[in-house]
Each structure stands twice: as C-alpha cells, then as structure tokens.
Design a protein around this ligand. Sequence first.
Ligand SMILES: [Zn+2]
Ligand SMILES: [Zn+2]
Length: 273
Amino acid sequence: MRGLADYHVHTDRCGHAGGASEAFVRRALGLGLVEIAFTDHVPLYFLPLAERDPKLAMREEEFDDYVAEVEALRREFEGRIPVRLGLEADYAEGHEAELSRWLARAEWDVVLGSVHWVAGGWIDDPSTSPARFAREGVENLYAEYYRLLAKAARTGFFDVLTHFDLPKKHGHRPATPLRDAEEAALAAAKEAGCSIEISSAGLRKPVGELYPEPRLLERAVAVGIPVTFSSDAHAPAEVGWGYERTLAAARDAGVREFVTFERRRKRFRPLPE
Ligand SMILES: [Zn+2]
Ligand SMILES: [Zn+2]
C-alpha cells in the first residue's frame, strides 16, 4: 500500500505480539509505506500491581527498553523510512495523574488514546465481555464507553483515538446506534484536536469490519476530524494488513488526506492515487 502509513504497531513486550521489531519495519518498507509508528501498550498503571497481566501490556521495567529500541530503529532506518516513537495509552477515569507521569517519560511522536477499561472491566476481553454485555446491557456499556472516549479526548493527552467503535469487536451492538453518545465523542475529538484511526484490526476480529464502521467514519469526516491509518499489528505480517479495504473505505467516506506525526505535530499527506 504505497504512500500510506501504519500508525499502530506493537512489539513482543506486550505479551501478545511476536516477531522482531525490526521485521515490522522491514515489512513496512517492503509495502512502500511512508512511515511506521510503534505504539506499544502502556503498562497497566491503573490496576493494582498483582492484576497487571503481562499478557496484556508491557511490564513497567520494560518501558525504558521499549523507548530505547524504537530510538535505535529510528537511527537504523534513517533515510529509508521514518520510524516514530508512540504509545498506545489506556485512558482510565480517575487515574489521569498516573497517566500523565507515564507520558512525561519520553519524547513521543504520537500518543494513541484507547478505552478498553469500561465500568470496572475490559470491554473487549473474549472470555468475559460477552457475559458482561448480557448482564449489564449492550446500550449501557456502549453509552459508558462513548462517555469515557469523549472524556479521554478532552484530557488533551492523546493525538489519535483508536478503534472508535471497539465495543462491537465480538459482534455486540445496540438495536439502534446511540447517536447522541457517538456525536458527543466525535465533538469532543474535534474540539480537542484529536485524530482518529481507520483500523483494519476489526477485520481480523469476530465483527469482521473496520474500525470505525463506514457510517461513523463518514460522520467523523463530516465533522472535520483528521484520520490516520493503522493495522494494530501484533506480528510483522500484519503491518499494512487489509489496507486495500481500508483505503477504499477512506475514499468512500470522503477522506482526501491523512495525518502522520512528528514530536506530536501533525502533518497532512494526500491519499495515494
Ligand atoms: Zn495489543
Ligand atoms: Zn493496539
């Protein structure tokens, strides 16, 4: 997918990704991507120490290594492809001060804001979330999710909001879309200057659909929210994965340009032909 970028890529530190980090960059080069941003999962700062599952995010003691590795890759590939230093940072209500301390520990190119933790649990855990939707109600969880996403945008911590309609991951959807909640999250993103990602990851999940769905992507474009492109790769072969469909969806939604980041400053680039 020449001319696009991949702005959401993990490393094996997160406990559920594999492959050498260098292989992710080589894959990006092979595809003709213009940039790649590593955005590994921030340590689970908002949970008690004993509950920080090393299969979900890097451990605190791996953080400095992560930053150093990406900086080394940046130098190694200089002149061939920009390698950006990013972080996928969970937003957890009430823990803003801790997150702020984590974000102060490196000079990021880009910080992704993710809401996975909703009403005291993971919204997308395959082993627990189906029971949660049944017990707590699909509408309730969606409403709470979008409330948190809007609040995340307003913190100013994040450059890009990830997988905008994440609660659909395993196929749970409200009977009718919660338009007010969606619009409030979009308005918050717009006001805060957040971009959103068009992520192919949803295509690899039970829902089998991009994040966000076309209807929401169109709304984001209409509101004037910039977009970036991402695979949420957890293996080198997933870099740029599904981008034919991602690019087609972007065009269908009226996207004409996308953003990349350097030291948290946006650069607008035209969609490739
Ligand atoms: Zn992950
Ligand atoms: Zn991710």
